[in-house]
Design a protein around this ligand. Structure first.
Ligand SMILES: [Zn+2]
Length: 75
């Protein structure tokens, strides 16, 4: 019985790790209209799922694509 409990606990931890990992993948959102990029939870982003927001997982990648850091969230 104790072994079974451990298995359930391990499975729950794996599922938890899998469920949080996608949020790490997208850390920045670049606005293709303004040419600026933001930390994904920047207060100036009203509609993060809008088509003109491009997700980035690295600051350097956004800069390499020509985006300028937002002054408000300072990514
Ligand atoms: Zn911002």
């Amino acid at each position: 019985m104790i072994l079974k409990r451990k298995m359930v606990l391990i499975l729950a931890m794996i599922l938890f790790a899998l469920s949080i990992s996608p949020s790490y993948a997208v850390s920045y959102l670049a606005n293709a209209k303004s040419g600026k990029f933001h930390i994904y939870n920047c207060p100036t982003i009203k509609h993060p799922n809008a088509a003109h927001f491009v997700p980035y997982n690295s600051r350097d990648a956004a800069i390499a694509d020509g985006y300028i850091p937002c002054k408000r969230c300072d990514p």
